[in-house]
Ligand binder design. Structure first.
Ligand SMILES: NC(=O)c1ccc[n+]([C@@H]2O[C@H](COP(=O)([O-])OP(=O)(O)OC[C@H]3O[C@@H](n4cnc5c(N)ncnc54)[C@H](O)[C@@H]3O)[C@@H](O)[C@H]2O)c1
Length: 161
């Protein structure tokens, strides 16, 4: 129970790495706030965690919206009393296409979610953590920041930032 009574917010907590982290943090005694786009998937995961004896809640958030990120944080404080850790796992890969054909909207979306979204979450969390003089931020990055991935221009660019 390494995280007994600690409050952990996980963006992108509905799926993949975020979901695995949510389940594991709950097993270690944390109160987990799953923050993601799909309410249905989030509610299902909360149920799964609660059935295993863990504590979790879901909040819908779009990390590309700064006000939404602030609301996620405020709601977590209200519902769970604290925030000790934020895991930033919300992310999108984007399409796999040649750079000369890569659609601008797809490029913007990858940057909005993976760069700006992460930045918003860090900034809001940091304000709170600086005030209380404690807190942990876990950002999920990719090997794509070190080696190229053919056809994934936006994803590789954001991982080098
Ligand atoms: N899967 C891998 O092999 C791998 C490897 C290295 C790094 N990563 C990184 O880890 C992170 C998670 O990857 P994953 O494979 O678990 O992905 P995933 O697609 O399984 O999960 C990502 C989650 O983020 C959520 N999300 C997307 N846009 C969002 C938004 N605007 N607001 C809130 N939530 C949003 C999705 O709904 C989804 O639940 C990503 O940042 C990814 O780049 C993944």
């Amino acid at each position: 129970m390494r995280f007994k009574d600690k409050v952990v917010v996980i963006t992108g907590g509905n799926s993949g790495i975020g979901k695995a982290a949510a389940i594991q943090f709950a097993k270690e005694g944390a109160k987990v706030m799953i923050a993601d786009l799909s309410e249905k998937m989030g509610d299902d995961l909360v149920e799964e965690i609660e059935k295993s004896g863990g504590e979790a809640s879901f909040i819908r958030v779009n990390v590309t919206d700064f006000d939404d990120v602030e609301r996620m944080f405020e709601q977590t404080l209200l519902r769970m009393g604290s925030v000790d850790v934020i895991v930033n796992s919300a992310g999108v890969l984007g399409p796999r296409m040649r750079t000369d054909k890569y659609p601008m909207e797809a490029f913007d979306k990858v940057i909005d979610v993976n760069v700006k979204g992460l930045w918003y979450c860090m900034q809001v969390a940091l304000k709170h953590f600086m005030e209380k003089k404690s807190g942990n931020i876990v950002n999920i990055a990719s090997v794509a920041g070190h080696v190229g991935m053919s056809g994934h221009i936006a994803y590789c660019v954001q991982n080098t930032l």
